[in-house]
Design a protein around this ligand. Structure first.
Ligand code: ACO
Length: 362
């Protein structure tokens, strides 16, 4: 049987940093509250389009694999914050990177978009339908943020990551996955006022708001991710002791600690970067994976456990066996367009517009 080896990895973080202290200048919050409840210290704010981040992450992953983009036969892009409804963002990426032989599909399962994509891409390679697949996950979530909601606004950030997977005879790549959805709680995370369920005649249309039941999501996240972890370990006949590194969805440090405790994995085996980037939704796992490899946390043949959850409420876990190579074959010089603003300067007109709209809609 063919497997789907991860041969390239890349990430793209926009340069503008929004600190907890920056947030406290316009919402009623504090560094102490955010740090103690979430572990987050800062996050990035995108100054360009989502597709710009996706293109840079893709080019870096392709360079790491030293793969000609014309050889790609599929692009799977997990995101809920695409450039536009039409065309899809995977098509925009396909054109920009010159991958004209690749079918291009967007996947919207929120934070689980990358793992869902990796699962789908891996199984298409296993089935023989595709050979070289680019899997992207990322988010421009600040674009949809309701900056008056302190319980939501402090949690998220913008980023994108990507991997290249290629058919291989070696038993490497995503060996097993379990994905699912608890749709009875679908409105525990909801972005409102955008989409065909909302009247375009309403004054609120496009003023995206959030319904967010953080505690419900927290409880379900820990339960579903830990069950999915146990399931994938059982599928491949491994125990937690065989796992070298856990690369989970980065939503909240307390969720990561609870997950590690419940699955029985020591915290030092859990890769954490939520303090630097916050929750970048579909971006967290590919960004964390790329950082873990680049920081020397992954060795040839390692077993990596990944777990995720997000709006839907979708969830999943996967067990990845890393291949022989932990160094990129090439380094891309792809960069985002320059940014001459601070994060607060980027956000200021949006915060002002929301405040003005709130006054007129009372
Ligand atoms: N600053 C200060 N106080 C705050 C803030 C803030 N930023 N946010 C909330 N509070 C207040 C609340 O108003 C509340 O005050 P009250 O007791 O006077 O009513 C108090 O803090 C406690 O609020 P809780 O909601 O009980 O805080 P909790 O400890 O549950 O933490 C949190 C909230 C961080 C949101 C947590 O529940 C969480 O992380 N949940 C998971 C959410 C998540 O990451 N989802 C990811 C999926 S999103 C996707 O897929 C797109």
């Amino acid at each position: 049987m063919q497997h789907a080896e991860i041969t390239g990895w890349g990430k793209c973080l926009p340069p503008a940093v929004l600190s907890n202290a920056d947030l406290a200048t316009f919402i009623d919050t504090s560094d102490e509250w955010i740090t103690s409840r979430t572990g987050i210290k800062e996050r990035r704010i995108c100054h360009c389009n989502f597709s710009d981040m996706a293109i840079v992450a893709a080019q870096r992953a392709l360079a790491a694999a030293d793969l000609d983009p014309l050889e790609l036969d599929l692009i799977l892009l997990g995101s809920l914050t695409n450039d536009s409804l039409c065309p899809n963002t995977a098509s925009i990426v396909q054109d920009a990177i010159g991958a004209r032989n690749a079918a291009s599909i967007d996947i919207n399962s929120a934070c689980t978009g990358f793992l869902y994509g990796l699962h789908i891409g891996t199984n298409l390679i296993r089935a023989g339908a595709h050979k070289k697949v680019l899997v992207i996950g990322g988010e421009f979530i600040s674009h949809y943020m309701d900056w008056s909601r302190r319980d939501v606004a402090v949690l998220f950030g913008d980023a994108c990551g990507a991997v290249v997977i290629e058919a291989s005879d070696d038993e490497v790549g995503l060996l097993a996955a379990k994905i699912g959805c608890e749709a009875d709680a679908k409105y525990a995370i909801q972005i409102t006022n955008l989409g065909s369920a909302y009247s375009r005649l309403s004054d609120d249309f496009l003023y995206t708001g959030w319904n967010f039941d953080g505690q419900e999501v927290f409880k379900r996240a820990v339960k579903s991710m830990s069950q999915a972890c146990t399931d994938v370990l059982d599928q491949v006949g491994l125990s937690v002791d065989d796992v070298h590194l856990v690369v989970p969805h980065q939503a909240n440090k307390r969720i990561l600690d609870s997950l590690a405790k419940r699955v029985g994995i020591p915290q030092e085996k859990v890769f954490v970067n939520v303090h630097k980037y916050g929750n970048t939704s579909a971006g967290t796992i590919p960004v964390a994976l790329a950082e873990a490899v680049d920081e020397g946390r992954v060795n040839p043949g390692d077993y990596i456990l990944s777990a995720t959850f997000g709006a839907g409420l979708t969830w999943g876990a996967g067990i990845i066996r890393w291949g022989n190579r932990v160094k990129p074959l090439r380094i891309s010089d792809a960069e985002l367009p320059p940014c001459d603003k601070t994060a607060l300067e980027i956000l200021e007109p949006h915060i002002r517009r929301y405040k003005e709209h709130a006054k007129t809609s009372v």
